[in-house]
Design a protein around this ligand. Sequence first.
Ligand code: F6P
Length: 322
Amino acid sequence: KSRIGILTSGGDAPGMNAAIRAVFRAASECNIEIVGIRRGFAGLIDGNLFLMDRSHVANIIHQGGTILGTSRSETFKTPEGRRIAADVLQNAEVDALFVIGGDGSFRGADLFNDETGIPTIGIPGSIDNDIPGTDFSIGFDTAINTALESIDKIRDTASSHGRLFFVEVMGKSSDLIAIESGIAGGAEYLILPDNKHAMDDLCSRLTQAFDAGKRYAIVVVAEGACPGCSFQIAKEVSSRISMESRVCVLGHTQRGGSPTARDRVLAAKLGVSAVNAYMKGYAGVMVGEVRRSVILTPFDKVITGRQKPEPNIIRLSHILTK
Ligand code: F6P
């Protein structure tokens, strides 16, 4: 009987549990056993493994976070760490490794696959949606809806007080959460890595809006533009345009919560496709969905590529939010 080890790695993302469940159920259909690995690559190196049964994936499809736990492992970045990890899997008679995570996790997975010959397959899970080889990563849809819910609430208080609000959303190296939650939330302006110094433009845009009768405004700031410096920007803009402002950093609230239907369906598709890919003998690849088709992308392409926002969404954001 064949055995697949599964772990979640890096930042957790809503829908990871739905993906674990899908992998378990699809594997069971093919008579494959699933070994759960707790706390990502760090847990793998520590031998934190357990044989999963149906009860482990019962009642988890709607849960945020990851039942397996996660970590960012420094040891797995070393050849020695990866060798220990391979020994652990071999001792547990595990034939393949599934990694649910982001591009950082796939960097380790790529090396592991090549060095050890243990077939490794990736499933993209990250709220940032910055992984090449898939239109959407698991967790992004939930995260933008969580951000949107907060922006809508902030709009209530911003309009009551006639205030300018700066809302900082997550995305270390990606601006998609800011762009999509900003468009959906009717933000007046987006501050992204590319325009973070455009203070003159931001101030004149806000002045125009207020001159035209607007009483309040919401500016969405991408974390990647300037982590934590929303406060500085707010202070500068407030004094330049003489308008009271407040800052709200949404932070890790965006990582939690029950996954949306979109994220659960995506997790289901990719989880089942990962098992299919393994059955067909693929290794060193990530499963993704591009224009509604499931595709496999070699890890080295995933980790060297860059997922850019599609031009249409950028155009939209220029028209509607600046
Ligand atoms: O990669 C997902 C992400 O949520 C980023 O948007 C954010 O910058 C980072 O993780 C935060 O990581 P940590 O939870 O380790 O602080």
